[in-house]
Structures are given as C-alpha cells and as structure tokens.
Design a protein around this ligand. Structure first.
Ligand SMILES: [Zn+2]
Ligand SMILES: [Zn+2]
Length: 269
C-alpha cells in the first residue's frame, strides 16, 4: 500500500495498492490535470530528487518550500512561540532534515491549513511530530483526500489558537478558504498569511482575488466584499503571500484596502 502524491497539485491520498484513477483536486475547475495525463509519485521517490528549503523571515518565523520546483510550489510558514510551534499550510515533502530542523526549534504543536491546494502531505507532517492536530475549516471537508484522526474540522468565522494567533474564515477561492493572523509578525505591527485568499501580485504592492488562478476565473464582488469585511478591523502591516518573496512587507493594510477597491472597480467596468 502506498500514499500516492499527485505530481501536479502535490496532494497526498489515502493508502491504496494502485495509484488512484484520478486526482479530484486537479479535476476540479480551479485546477488542471497534467497535460501528459495524470501522474503520481511516492514520498520515497519525491525525497530522492527534492528537498525542503527553509528560510528565516523574522526572528520567530520561517518559510519552508520544496526545491527544485514541484507541483504548486507553495511556501509553508512556521511560527515559533512560547506555547508551541505552528505550521501554516503544508508541503508535499516531509523528510528527516526538515523534521530535525523543526525539532531543534521545539517541535510542532499544530498545523492549520488555508485551503485544499496547500494540504500537501499534511497528515504525514502531523504524524512526524507525534500526531499533532491539523485544523481545517469544515466547509472544505469534502476536499480532504487523506482522511485521518489528526484532522480537526473547525466551524464559524474564526478559530483562536494561542498568543493571539487566529485563523479567519474568508471563503471565496474555496468555501473554507482561511487566512492566519499573526499579531507578533512584522516586529509586532501584525502580519496576515494570505495563501490563495490574499494573493500577492507580482509588483508586491497589491493582492488579488481569484476563484481559479491557473484557469483565470475571477471572484465575485460579493465574495471579495466578504473577505474585506472579515479582515478590515485586524491590525496588520505585513502580508505574507503563498510563495517565497511574494510578500507585502509594509503598508499591508493599506495595500489590502486599495486592492479590494481596485478589484471591484475592475470587474464593474
Ligand atoms: Zn492533483
Ligand atoms: Zn488555491
């Protein structure tokens, strides 16, 4: 039996003898199936050719991403804190050197996931640290491809972790899409981890909003307004996007407000 991983989205599946017939994440209209046809790999095979790179972003904040490029290529974020460490989003690969690095920082207390494109091999990450809870908004329950006891579905508009760290339910890109508020980020000015909900654009001055990024399906005004209303009262100065260097390092709150306004104007024209 093998927990196969899709090579296009990096999602790990429940154990099976043969690779699954299809990847439901890639078959969804927000993603796409490999142009050469559906392909799978295993954790062992992945670890032969890839590794995770870890960069310190702030005194107690680290980014982790797979290298060279694989699947969606998202960057997970690791918060180190007195009350335990938190991983925001997960990656397809978990290997001994990554585990060793995190153990030296004090291990892992919990994993929180923004949306199904960034689940990766979250269950395997959890189990590498003794089976820590994996928090997913209940609205994305149907998109869990590797069910496990570690997964805890949360409900409602927000979920409090510790030290003021909060996950906020925004919806839009996926029904359960969420962002993380990290009050100690940006030297105490506050940071938001936007993932695919606040997608930092290439000029790093704005964020944008899409139902599908690869297939260019925009998000409705109603949904963007809901995201705005969910985040507008949070004190933050920095937005960490979903990839290395895709951040708005200062003026993030103003950038968010300008972005919502610009986006809604654009789709109304
Ligand atoms: Zn896939
Ligand atoms: Zn996404």
């Amino acid at each position: 039996m093998e927990h196969y991983l899709c090579t296009t989205c990096g999602t790990q599946y429940a154990a099976s003898e043969e690779p699954p017939a299809q990847c439901l994440i890639c078959e969804d209209e927000r993603q796409y199936v490999n142009w050469k046809g559906q392909q799978w790999t295993s954790m062992q095979e992945l670890s032969n050719s890839y590794s995770n790179t870890i960069r310190q972003l702030e005194p107690k904040l680290f980014g982790i991403s797979i290298e060279p490029d694989f699947a969606i290529g998202q960057r997970a974020l690791l918060i180190q804190s007195q009350q335990g460490n938190l991983l925001w989003d997960a990656l397809p690969l978990i290997d001994d050197s990554t585990i060793g690095f995190i153990e030296e920082l004090g291990g892992l207390n919990a994993i929180a996931l923004s949306h199904p494109h960034f689940y990766g091999a979250a269950v395997e990450w959890s189990q590498a640290f003794g089976g820590v809870p994996i928090y997913i908004h209940t609205a994305d329950r149907e998109w869990v491809m590797r069910p496990s006891f570690e997964i805890c579905f949360w409900e409602g508009p927000f979920f409090d972790l510790w030290e003021g760290i909060q996950v906020l339910h925004c919806g839009g890109h996926f029904p359960g899409s969420s962002v993380l508020f990290y009050p100690h980020g940006a030297g105490g000015r506050g940071a938001v981890f936007g993932s695919d909900t606040l997608h930092v654009t290439m000029d790093r001055k704005y964020v944008s909003f899409m139902y599908s990024f690869p297939n260019l399906i925009p998000m409705s005004e109603r949904k963007v307004t809901h995201i705005y209303n969910t985040l507008k009262d949070l004190p933050f100065d920095r937005i960490y996007g979903g990839w290395f260097d895709r951040n708005i390092l200062s003026g993030g709150k103003e950038a968010f407000e300008k972005s919502v306004k610009r986006y809604i104007q654009a789709i109304q024209l």
